[in-house]
Design a protein around this ligand. Structure first.
Ligand SMILES: Cc1cc2nc3c(=O)[nH]c(=O)nc-3n(C[C@H](O)[C@H](O)[C@H](O)COP(=O)(O)OP(=O)(O)OC[C@H]3O[C@@H](n4cnc5c(N)ncnc54)[C@H](O)[C@@H]3O)c2cc1C
Length: 341
């Protein structure tokens, strides 16, 4: 970088904030625009979960190596941003045939989860139901508290000189570079970058129970339970839905399944929320130059925006500064879709 470029970042979700912080650290003059309102990052469970995502989600499986590489950026990134990174791990509980299927999935990825008994599982996830008699534990998956981590990112970015503005972005304006990190809202900016028309919304309901908790994430067949400042039960995958209206009928089964796992949460106040993930056709985000000059994209992280954020930030920063893009940038390249269509 010969002189400090002026960078506008559209969107203050986890991708926009992480990218803004990395660019400010690299010497850019960064302004983040976001009109506020609900975003996917603030409702998310905050799991940094390459192992279980690859085992449970067929779309993520082919990208397991990339998800692990992204996770490995988290220790330095969390330290830089002042985010508490919980490495208690994650474990699956449920019927024997389901656990056997998962064990085979782990083995196919050359992962070796530990089989633990019910008492050990309860010591790893305090409050877990007495009905659980065995679990499959991996320490490969980590977790952050999403709302607290977003607040930490804002603080770190402000301290690094990033300016925040409430106006929505509609064009590049006088910035040298515009980073579009508008999540599922990106589709509305397709005039600016036609690539954004390829994003598909996936709505997710999630339930927060005001029961502070700690320990490992618990994955069951129909729900996960992520402990933290509140216990989080998630999440639905509602393809094609871009609204954040809460439907108690949809959230009810999540809550019931979560309370089966953690019965002691039964009397705690409950808050239901919904967010919209943005998904591309291959399940990986579009990160890098759009066809329009001076416009870069950081969108489409689907179920793994928190996991991928530090790697996305690193990739965008390399694009802006001309540094080494690293081994994963080609798989993020927005142009991959125009090459194949
Ligand atoms: C229920 C649920 C649970 C999830 N759990 C996890 C999890 O455990 N782990 C994980 O890794 N991921 C999880 N995800 C996925 C993750 O939340 C997303 O991938 C990630 O938050 C996307 O971040 P983002 O910054 O791209 O978008 P968002 O967080 O949606 O942020 C986009 C921002 O852009 C702003 N904006 C929109 N238009 C404009 C404009 N024109 N100008 C300026 N700003 C604009 C919006 O106001 C918004 O703040 C979950 C998602 C959901 C819905």
């Amino acid at each position: 970088m010969t002189s400090a470029p002026r960078v506008t970042v559209a969107g203050a979700g986890v991708l926009g904030l992480s990218t803004a912080l990395a660019l400010a650290d690299a010497g850019a003059r960064v302004t983040v625009h976001d009109p506020g309102g609900p975003n996917a990052s603030s409702v998310a469970a905050g799991m940094i979960a390459p192992a279980f995502e690859a085992v449970l989600d067929a779309t993520a499986r082919p990208h397991f190596d990339l998800l692990m590489a992204a996770r490995d950026h988290w220790p330095w990134f969390a330290e830089r941003a002042g985010i508490a990174l919980d490495r208690s791990g994650a474990m699956a509980v449920g019927e024997a045939d389901w656990l056997a299927t998962l064990a085979a999935g782990f083995a196919a990825l050359h992962l070796r989860p530990t089989e633990v008994g019910g008492d050990t599982a309860r010591s790893l996830a305090p409050g877990l139901s007495e009905a659980v008699d065995r679990a499959l534990l991996t320490r490969e998956d980590w977790r952050v508290d999403a709302p607290a981590a977003l607040a930490a990112l804002v603080r770190a970015a402000e301290a690094a000189g990033v300016i925040f503005r409430p106006e929505p972005v509609r064009e590049r304006g006088d910035a040298d570079v515009l980073i579009v990190a508008t999540g599922a809202h990106g589709r509305h900016l397709a005039d600016l970058a036609p690539e954004l028309a390829g994003l598909n919304p996936v709505k997710g309901h999630i339930v927060r129970v005001a029961a502070p908790s700690a320990g490992a994430v618990v994955r069951a067949r129909s729900v996960y339970a992520a402990p933290g400042a509140s216990m989080v039960f998630g999440a639905t995958m509602e393809h094609g839905r871009a609204d954040v209206a809460v439907d108690e009928q949809v959230a009810g089964p999540l809550l019931a399944a979560g309370l089966d796992l953690f019965p002691a949460c039964r009397d705690a106040p409950v808050q239901v929320a919904a967010g919209v993930r943005a998904a591309t056709a291959d399940g990986l985000p579009m990160v890098g130059p759009a066809a329009a000059p001076g416009v870069l994209l950081a969108v489409g992280a689907r179920r793994n925006g928190w996991l991928l954020a530090p790697l996305v930030a690193r990739t965008i920063t390399a694009c802006v500064t001309g540094r080494d893009l690293g081994p994963h940038a080609a798989r993020f390249d927005p142009a991959r879709f125009s090459r194949t269509s």
